[in-house]
Write a protein that binds this ligand. Structure first.
Ligand code: PMT
Length: 406
């Protein structure tokens, strides 16, 4: 299985004879581990039926921009947020021109306009259309807009011509899509990440905890590994599949998480504290189940050690990144945490909004560093993790540069 594992690929199919290859492309993307959803332009449905692509992808195919049923569930904004990658294959000369000019006159072009994910096009057209200077100018502009151009291949064309303009083979396209996520930005680096909640025991059957699902921390661990890092994930109790190629240390309490962290951060380049660590724990843990004897019950709590601040205070410390889960004054409290805990970066999220933060698919964050902050828009946690890892890798290189110059 390739590096599209857990990636969400939105396959855009436009009108062209190569649309029949989209069926095989879905299989190749799935074989490389991706979840696939399909958006077809009206012209694409003349070449292959939505039913075929629905059966193969296992998801309903989206067709209309103004579809009342779709707007309730997977409308253009939801589709745009869902995707880690939008792959348009085949991409007709007409669609390339529309994408280049930022048109939003059908569902696929609107999703592209609304998305923050990577976009790749696999051109498929007659060789003269491919060679046309207008097409080439459009492609150049798309490259400048960071759109990836996959292919085309050369060979026999449906119209009888021989030359460049055939859509790349599905297997090759899937490999090119995988390569977009294997950036090598953290090649040879050790990254330690905490994720999920902690559980602070009251007695043998009860504990204090919170709603962290671990999704944000697990997505970061995957993104770091895709970027080439040797990743260690220290995880509180969660219901998530253990990611591949990652050392996982399962812990329960803040104390367990601290000792695992201190062991693993030795020699690490980056530490990211995404876990929702309980700030307090019961002062004592009853040996037997606490009995329901009184009408009122009081639990004395004591402060837990602050894991991320402990790492940031080490003499030999990795680049240290914390989160801030706030319900108000996001930037103000995040800046306080940055300074108080001596962090290199705080990733602040507003956990009062149920659509982002705890146990949601999406998140929206503010990146707070000494003297500067940058807001990222709402996106799925996997895509956000990729962008956060890119940011953190750049921070690591610039901090290394500063150290070597001083
Ligand atoms: O797991 P999900 O459902 O995907 O949700 C993601 C998330 C909301 C949990 C995540 O994005 C997040 O915000 N994680 C940090 C939650 C938190 O505990 O925030 P805080 O503001 O209370 O703590 C600030 C920082 O100190 C965090 O990096 C935290 O890991 C760290 N901390 C806190 C207390 C403590 N005793 N030790 C710590 O290391």
């Amino acid at each position: 299985m390739g590096s599209l594992r857990n990636k969400r690929v939105l396959l855009g199919v436009t009108g062209g004879i190569a649309a029949y290859k989209s069926a095989e492309l879905i299989r190749c993307l799935q074989g490389d581990g991706a979840q696939v959803r399909v958006v077809m332009t009206p012209a694409a449905t003349e070449f292959i039926t939505p039913l075929t692509l629905q059966a193969l992808s296992g998801n309903p195919v989206s067709l209309e921009l103004l579809d009342t049923a779709a707007e309730a569930a997977m409308g253009h904004i939801e589709l745009a947020r869902w995707a880690d990658l939008i792959l348009i294959a085949p991409a007709s000369a007409n669609f390339i021109a529309r994408l280049c000019h930022g048109e939003g006159n059908d569902l696929l072009s609107t999703v592209c306009l609304a998305s923050h994910s990577a976009i790749a096009v696999a051109p498929a057209m007659n060789k003269h259309m491919w060679e046309n200077s207008a097409t080439q100018k459009n492609l150049q502009q798309l490259r400048e807009q960071a759109v990836h151009i996959f292919g085309p291949a050369a060979g026999y064309q449906a119209c009888g011509d021989i030359g460049e303009g055939r859509m790349e083979d599905p297997a090759a396209l899937s490999t090119m899509a995988s390569a977009l996520f294997s950036t090598g930005l953290l090649s040879g680096k050790k990254v330690v990440i905490t994720a999920g909640p902690t559980r602070e025991a009251l007695d043998p059957v009860r504990y204090i905890s919170n709603h962290s699902s671990g999704k944000m921390g697990y997505a970061l661990a995957r993104a770091a590994t895709e970027a080439g890092a040797n990743t260690v994930l220290i995880s509180g109790p969660v219901q998530l599949e253990p990611p591949e190629r990652i050392k996982i240390i399962a812990v329960e309490s803040a104390a367990d998480m601290l000792s695992a962290t201190l062991e693993e951060v030795e020699g690490a380049d980056i530490f990211i504290a995404a876990a929702a660590v309980a700030d307090y724990r019961p002062a004592s843990v009853a040996e037997q189940k606490i009995k329901k004897n009184d009408d009122d019950m009081y639990i004395q709590l004591v402060k837990n050690p602050d894991i991320v601040a402990t790492v940031a205070a080490l003499a030999e410390r990795p680049l240290t990144v914390g989160f801030a889960a706030e319900t108000e004054n996001l930037e103000h409290y995040a800046t306080q945490k940055l300074h108080k805990k001596n962090l290199d970066l705080v990733i602040a999220n507003d956990v009062s909004d149920a659509t982002i933060g705890f146990n949601s698919e999406d998140n929206r964050v503010l990146l707070v560093q000494p003297g500067t902050s940058k807001a990222l828009p709402t996106m799925n946690k996997s895509l956000l993790a990729t962008k956060l890892i890119e940011h953190i890798a750049a921070l690591l290189s610039s901090s290394k540069l500063k150290t070597s110059q001083s």
